[in-house]
Design a protein around this ligand. Structure first.
Ligand SMILES: *Cc1c(COP(=O)(O)O)cnc(C)c1O
Length: 464
């Protein structure tokens, strides 16, 4: 069988609008050179995010019809709760409108002002909610994660020395929980090994600190464990997945990723006290505990998605499709983060645009230029996304300055991936013409979503 052939066939199609270069030049200018502000109709291949962009299966669409829309005691909630209990192995489940709803609740329940939350690299919304609750995020990821050319197989791993250092410096009583993400989005979708997870658990136990997981892409993580960790190749994904979750006290989840739906999320825990406190906040911020911001039909679709996501054939195709795009770009000499992660290919904007300083926002400029080149929409993950230090007001300067080509699940074909690879390679030939950008509008929080920019100089890259 062809290695990357799709393990599904297409039952419904969504026709796309094909744009001209002139239309795209006008669109990017109107969008303030921020790919978040481009109209979807003007995009040919949308790799902005893998969040909520999944294609649902025929079974998920069928499940929508049996949603029980009762305010309380909804049958759909019990299906959802059962799916989380079966697949994640967590007894207590709180539905939320999406992942950040769960992060908000967990942060408010556990974090006190002055607390420190160690994590394997920050994620935008996660850190924001930790800070809103008065906490401070500290990075404890291994150094390899910050090096886009380091080929280590588990670049999401926690550096145990760094974690222990935090416990000793601030005192474990000021660490409400350690937050471990599988895979690590901001490092390029890099996985964590089972061995590392076990060691983190042991260290947390020694200091009596809770361990919570951002399980957003833990299925993709399980595939890497199966592929790379000694002794794991014969185990089904479902089993590896559950073992990963067995090491943590609970998890927050964005259903818009692994769970194969367009909206939804949850907080799950083994701790009855955290569960009770979470339910009290849930009724204030999300909704009654039996729907928490979701419709009954949403919970039905997630229940089916949770069972489909641990199918070995599905997840193998998912990760290999992403890797295939990376291989095509590498063959064209384009600098990318290696090894290719689970949900997307990350262009290394520092090496792509060596003529630009980080203050000239190279990744933002590259994403804008790629849209004009081929109608491909990507996202900046660099200095713009990491924001400013809340204390000093200075820009954070992350080591990684990346453009993320995120692949939605079950949506695009191999031919689409060819078009993406061609567009990026063509742009790479003209890379020296890409100018830097400057802010013309800068929001205070999560600025990357709605900021506006302008080019530092006129360039053919942004002309028709
Ligand atoms: C998307 C994401 C979240 C937040 O989830 P939403 O559903 O977008 O609110 C949290 N953590 C990671 C790693 C994510 O990728």
């Amino acid at each position: 069988m062809v290695k990357r052939a799709e393990p599904y066939r297409i039952k419904a199609v969504e026709p796309l609008h094909m744009t001209t270069r002139k239309e795209r030049v006008e669109e990017i200018e109107a969008a303030g050179y921020n790919t978040f502000l481009i109209r979807s109709r003007m995009v040919y291949i949308d790799l902005l995010t893998d969040s909520g962009t999944n294609a649902m299966s025929d079974r998920q669409w069928a499940a929508l019809m049996v949603g029980d829309e009762a305010y309380s005691g909804s049958e759909s909630f019990f299906h959802f709760e059962k799916a989380v209990q079966d697949v994640y192995g967590m007894p207590y489940v709180v539905p939320t409108h999406q992942g950040r709803g769960a992060e908000h609740i967990l942060s408010q329940v556990l974090i006190k002002p002055g607390d420190v939350i160690p994590g394997n690299m920050y994620f935008t919304t996660t850190r924001e909610h930790q800070e809103l609750a008065g906490g401070q995020f500290v990075d404890i990821i291994c150094d390899a994660a910050h090096d886009p050319q380091d080929l280590s197989p588990f670049k999401g791993n926690v550096d145990l020395g760094k974690l222990e250092q935090v416990f000793k410096e601030v005192g474990p009583e000021h660490v409400p929980y350690v937050s471990i993400a599988l895979t690590v989005n901001m490092a390029g979708g890099q996985p964590v090994s089972l061995e590392n997870l076990r060691a983190v658990r042991a260290l947390c136990d020694r200091y009596h600190v809770r361990l919570y997981m951002d399980a957003t892409r833990a299925v993709e993580n399980a595939f890497f464990v199966q592929e790379r960790e000694p002794g794991q190749s014969d185990r089904p994904i479902r089993e590896i997945f559950k073992e990963q979750l067995s090491y943590v006290d609970g998890c927050t989840m964005s259903g818009k990723k692994d769970n194969l739906v367009n909206i939804g999320g949850f907080l799950a825990t083994r701790d009855p006290e955290v569960f009770e406190a979470a339910r009290e906040l849930l009724v204030v911020f999300e909704g009654f505990p039996h729907y928490g911001g979701l419709a009954g039909r949403d919970m039905e679709a997630i229940s089916v998605g949770i069972r489909e996501m641990v199918d070995d054939e599905y997840i193998k195709h998912r990760v290999l499709q992403v890797r295939g795009l990376g291989e095509r770009l590498q063959a064209a000499g384009v600098p990318i983060v290696l090894p290719v992660g689970g949900h997307g290919v990350f262009l290394d904007a520092r090496r792509f645009l060596p003529h630009l300083e980080q203050e000239q926002l190279p990744a933002q400029a590259l994403a804008a230029a790629l849209y004009v080149q081929g109608g491909v929409r990507a996202m900046e993950r660099g200095v713009v996304s990491s924001g400013r230090d809340p204390v000093t007001g200075e820009n954070h300067h992350p080591k990684l300055e990346l453009v993320r080509l995120t692949v939605p699940r079950r949506v695009y074909t191999e031919s689409h991936m060819d078009v993406v690879a061609e567009s990026v390679s063509e742009l790479y030939q003209h890379r020296s013409e890409i100018p830097g950008l400057r802010f013309v509008h800068e929001p205070k929080r999560l600025r990357f979503f709605t900021a506006r920019f302008e080019p530092l100089r006129p360039s053919p890259v942004f002309q028709a």
